[in-house]
Design a protein around this ligand. Structure first.
Ligand code: MN
Length: 290
């Protein structure tokens, strides 16, 4: 199923004829207040076993809402934990060798880092660059893993049982300089730096996660291409490693790392990120107005 969050954080299943509304499956007769609406996806994931057959029925019922009439939102907008893998593709590690702009080290050495979940953004962008004209901002197009079953101390062999699905995430990054060496978390957590979407593709539609690919273009020039089979630490290893540190919960998001080809983005450019079964995000880059 291609799950989406849209408009006022409504839930939906995306089908050929548009979005089939799933909101009331979690809201019941009592609409979620505005502050709680972004957490609907966490509840849908947590109650998936119980609600799955209702979701299936909705997929074929009634006409869908056309995609062009809605605003898509990040498909897991409230991860309690938003984790990310450093230098998780061999070729990307090689291109960053000796660069001042990175902390260095793969997940085998460094484990995971966190991005503030407040930097998540809708799959329509924009990516807003803060007013820091002397700094370089890079694109990193990545596959994101969304956690389903709670995971605490999970062995690698069973880690995929705790993966609910897959989405796209941009891990936009401010690079360090000779004199400015801010925490990685801060450099990667500016507002809007992590557009995610366009959908959350459930794991049952992905028989072989290592075959998932991600491609990223800037103004129609292909900059990045990679697939999860090239990861230094694969999805099961990432989930197992993180779950040994702290319990992972339904809706948690793990950005798996960026393929080679990372480069700067500037206001006026357009970033496109695509993964065949997940879909495509088209993201204008702008100058932040505040
Ligand atoms: Mn990254």
């Amino acid at each position: 199923v291609r799950l989406v969050v849209w408009d006022d954080h409504r839930l939906g299943a995306f089908e050929q004829d548009g979005i089939h509304d799933l909101t009331d499956l979690v809201d019941g007769d009592c609409p979620a207040p505005a502050w709680a609406a972004p957490y609907r996806m966490n509840e849908l994931i947590a109650r998936w076993g119980e609600l799955r057959s209702d979701v299936e029925a909705r997929r074929t019922a009634g006409p869908g809402v056309p995609l062009e009439r809605v605003r898509l939102r990040a498909p897991s907008p409230r991860p309690r934990n938003f984790l990310a893998a450093p230098l998780n593709y061999v070729a990307h590690g090689a291109e960053m060798q000796g660069s001042i702009g990175t902390g260095g080290g793969t997940p085998n050495e460094l484990g995971f880092f966190i991005k503030a979940s407040g930097c998540l953004a809708d799959p329509v962008g924009p990516i807003e660059l803060p007013p820091m004209p002397d700094r370089r901002f890079d694109h990193e197009g990545e596959i994101g893993v969304v956690i389903g079953e709670p995971a605490r101390g999970v062995p690698v062999e069973r880690a995929l049982d705790h993966v609910f699905g897959y989405t796209l995430v941009v891990d936009a990054t401010m690079r360090m300089t000779e004199t400015r060496r801010e925490e990685r978390t801060m450099r990667k957590s500016f507002a809007t730096f992590s557009p995610s979407g366009p959908c959350l593709l459930t794991a049952d539609e992905v028989p072989d996660p290592t075959a998932l690919t991600v491609r990223l273009w800037v103004d129609d020039k292909l900059r990045q291409e990679g697939h999860l089979g090239d990861l230094v630490v694969g999805v099961p290893g990432l989930v197992a490693m993180a779950s040994a540190v702290l319990p992972l919960e339904p809706g948690d998001l793990f950005a798996t790392g960026s393929p080679a080809g990372v480069g700067p983005i500037r206001p006026g450019e357009t970033v496109v990120v695509e993964s065949e079964p997940i879909g495509r995000m088209t993201l204008p880059v702008t100058q932040r107005a505040w």
